[in-house]
Ligand binder design. Structure first.
Ligand SMILES: [Zn+2]
Length: 288
């Protein structure tokens, strides 16, 4: 038994985030799921001293934490475990608490998929770079959206150029972390990419993701994904099915054929661990 304290706010955030993910499996629970995910984010970002808040009975002073979530946190602080999470895991057939493998975050060298306020991220590039340095990262890929995703002001060639100028400035201020300029480029209906090859060629990282028309008929979807995977500039396929557990099924295609082609071409398949996605799923990750 241990007490959650200090940096273990992250452990608490992980618990809330997993609860959010599991609740999403049930359509009726999607609002509660969202509340848990948001509370997880707020704890991960603010790192409150949970022990002290528990002692003063003020866990609900944390942004996004209501009575219900406070009870889950209190249980976690007192016992080092969440009975609520354990029950959900059991109900949804997840691995038991002792079966999980541990990731050593110290070995983690960096991220190549991140968004900034150039598109739909909340933080500036400088904040992201400083965050990466604080985590001990050696590199950080800045991969905002491409133009097709108009709702988030996706980047065209011109804006990518201005972004690269900002990146040079930010890089001067943040040493120890190598910034990589990339894009999360949309895979269009026919498998072409949302930016010309001449633009993709000069970027350090190209993540190609399916965002729209995910309900294409499987044969056409397979062709679409195979074309993206065969593109010489593509390094990674982002959230390869586009699923949203609890609300959106995601694309169906010949996964084996696409994964094999990805392996042949040295293209990585992302496991997007946003609890609203978990894409690839654990079953698909095993197949890949
Ligand atoms: Zn995406």
């Amino acid at each position: 038994m241990h007490t959650i304290y200090g940096v273990d706010a992250i452990a608490a955030a992980q618990v809330l985030s997993e609860i959010g993910y599991l609740l999403r499996q049930d359509e009726k629970e999607r609002f509660r799921a969202k509340a848990f995910s948001q509370a997880a984010w707020s704890i991960a970002l603010q790192r409150p001293d949970l022990d002290a808040l528990q002692r003063s009975a003020s866990l609900t002073s944390i942004e996004g934490v209501g009575e219900g979530i406070a009870r889950v946190l209190a249980d976690l602080i007192a016992t080092g475990q969440s009975r609520y999470l354990n029950r959900l895991r059991e109900q949804t057939g997840q691995p038991a608490h002792d079966d999980e493998s541990q990731l050593a975050f110290g070995d983690y060298q960096g991220d190549i998929h991140s968004h900034t306020d150039w598109s739909d991220g909340r933080a500036t590039m400088l904040e992201m770079a400083e965050g990466a340095r604080a985590l001990g990262y050696r590199y950080l890929g800045i991969t905002d959206h491409s133009p097709r995703i108009t709702v988030v002001h996706g980047l065209n060639a011109e804006r990518l150029l201005s972004q690269s100028q900002e990146m040079a400035e930010v890089q001067k201020k943040v040493d120890g972390v190598t910034l990589l300029q990339g894009i999360e480029v949309d895979i269009l209906e026919d498998g072409a990419l949302d930016l010309p090859d001449e633009v993709l060629e000069i970027l350090d990282v190209v993540i190609a993701s399916p965002h729209v028309k995910l309900r294409q008929e499987p044969a056409a979807m397979t062709e679409r994904m195979l074309r993206a995977v065969a593109h010489p500039q593509v390094d990674v396929i982002g959230h390869p099915t586009g699923r949203r557990p609890g609300s959106r099924e995601g694309a169906t295609y010949d996964f084996e054929a696409v994964f094999k082609a990805a392996a042949r071409n040295g293209v990585a398949l992302e496991i997007d661990c946003d609890p609203a996605r978990m894409d690839l799923s654990h079953e698909m990750a095993r197949l890949a």
